[in-house]
Design a protein around this ligand. Structure first.
Ligand code: ADP
Length: 350
């Protein structure tokens, strides 16, 4: 069965505070959607509105064709995984995984098979008789995922599922989640995270949240290459955000004329030019900028140079330097016109 999630103007208020502001968003059947944003931006609230733990003040939530806004959580066909595993400490692993099936009064005879299947999928088949305290954090999270999958949900909700794990385990679990999703191609995933690497790695599309609102939504590539807002540009990847003034066939930046696509922006208007630091090259070229090195960070594969250009700081991540250049050295940087994206000033404030 295929499903998907639809938020239709979903608003959540606590007293006078709006913590989710008219969210409209569709997660397709089998799609992985990441909700990405800083802490407090409303991501968990959106996820809990799908789960049924938060009642919207306005708007509707659909799962597949069903309007689930007024349904209790256990009738929504969702599996949920949270950061803190939330396993029952007094129950064995297999009992934990069976819990959701028993709570839903699933036919008893089928329960052991479902439990074994879910544990097998998460690589935890050998641990069925252990208690959670006998497992590592990563193993506990696998059990929590198995428990969510045992009910064969249409929709899997994941709320910062890797945050409690250390960095190395996190990257292994990310690959595991990607594999699980390939094995369950019809299940829609809504994945809450503040970590752009998780979102870029796992998601088919990313919904960028800030201040209770959806700011931007697109594939990871779209958001990285063509961000629509300053917020997206800086939150998804690293960015130079240069204050510029629109000219006839480009922009003016710190007294230098730059050729970049202006897409009909009004000449004379203030705007922001987004250029990714790894797309800024050393030496002369199109859109050359002269400045002085104000800071250097050696990062193994690259040097991050901070260059003062007419009082503005430009970041460049360059690979070709053998030695770390001295501070204060004059330097020329350049970037290709097609690697710059013009953002209207203040578009993020609306
Ligand atoms: P995120 O998941 O992006 O960190 P949340 O959705 O958890 O953000 O929270 C959004 C905002 O809503 C936060 O400012 C939080 O303090 C507030 N909030 C969440 N739950 C409640 C609640 N039950 N009562 C009052 N405020 C809440």
């Amino acid at each position: 069965m295929t499903s998907g999630i639809r938020f239709d103007g979903v608003t959540v208020r606590y007293g006078d505070t709006t913590v989710l502001d008219a969210l409209t968003l569709t997660v397709g059947p089998g799609e992985v959607m990441a909700l990405l944003g800083p802490s407090g931006s409303g991501k968990t609230t959106a996820l809990r509105a799908v789960a049924g733990f938060v009642q919207p003040s306005a708007g509707r939530v659909h799962i597949g064709e069903r309007d689930v806004t007024d349904l209790p959580p256990y009738k929504r066909g969702i599996g949920m995984v949270v950061q803190q595993y939330a396993l029952f400490p007094h129950m064995r692993v297999d009992e934990n995984v069976a819990f959701g099936l028993k709570a839903r009064k699933h036919p008893r005879a089928e329960v052991p098979g479902r439990v074994a299947e879910a544990l097998e999928m998460t690589g935890m088949g050998a641990y069925a008789k252990r208690h959670p305290r006998e497992l590592s954090g990563g193993q506990q999270q696998r059990v929590a995922i198995a428990r969510a999958l045992a009910i064969r949900p249409d929709v899997l909700l994941l709320d910062e599922p890797l945050s409690a794990l250390d960095a190395q385990l996190r990257s292994g679990m990310l690959a595991e989640l990607a594999r699980l999703h390939r094995e369950l191609p019809d299940v829609s995933l809504l994945y809450v995270t503040h970590d752009q690497v998780e979102a870029l790695t796992l998601a088919d599309r990313i919904a960028v949240m800030d201040k209770a609102r959806l700011q931007d939504c697109g594939t990871p590539q779209e958001l990285y290459r063509r961000p629509r807002t300053e917020f997206t540009a800086s939150f998804v990847g690293n960015a130079n955000l240069l204050p510029v003034r629109v000219a006839a066939d480009g922009v003016d930046f710190a007294g230098t004329a730059l050729k970049v696509p202006v897409d009909g922006a009004a000449p004379g208007a203030a705007a922001t030019l987004c250029v990714r630091p790894h797309l800024v090259g050393l030496g002369d070229g199109p859109n050359a900028l002269r400045g002085r090195i104000s800071e250097v960070q050696w990062r193994g594969a690259t040097h991050r140079l901070y260059v003062d250009v007419g009082g503005h700081r430009v970041k460049a991540d360059v690979r070709e330097l053998r030695d770390t250049p001295p501070l204060g050295q004059e330097i020329t940087l350049h970037f290709a016109p097609e690697d710059a994206v013009l953002l209207a000033a203040g578009v993020n404030d609306g």
